[in-house]
Design a protein around this ligand. Structure first.
Ligand code: ZN
Length: 99
């Protein structure tokens, strides 16, 4: 039981990314479609709808911003990521000057 189980289909998400919506910088988190409470209710009511809903939620998980609802985070090593980083740095400087 010493070995760690890793899903070979899992993509590495170690790269620092930036959210184009709120400017959050960091690692993207795995986001599932729908809501966990709906999943639980369906499981309680009937096993089959719960199973189907679980299958649907887990069918295409996406990595997204942990701060907002955006499921698009751009790696900051890319030209697009650099552009967004600069835009949000400018915004942050303006906020600090106003304090
Ligand atoms: Zn965000």
């Amino acid at each position: 039981m010493g070995r760690e189980h890793r899903n070979p289909r899992e993509k590495p998400v170690t790269a620092t990314k930036i959210c184009p919506v709120c400017g959050y910088k960091g690692k993207a988190v795995l986001k599932l479609k729908g809501h966990v409470s709906v999943e639980i209710i369906l499981w309680i009511l009937l096993i089959i709808p719960g199973f189907i809903y679980s299958m649907w939620r887990h069918s295409s998980p996406r990595y997204g911003c942990p701060r907002c609802i955006s499921d698009t985070m751009i790696p900051i090593c890319t030209p697009e990521g650099q552009k967004i980083t600069k835009e949000f740095e400018h915004v942050n400087i303006n906020i600090l000057n106003q304090l």
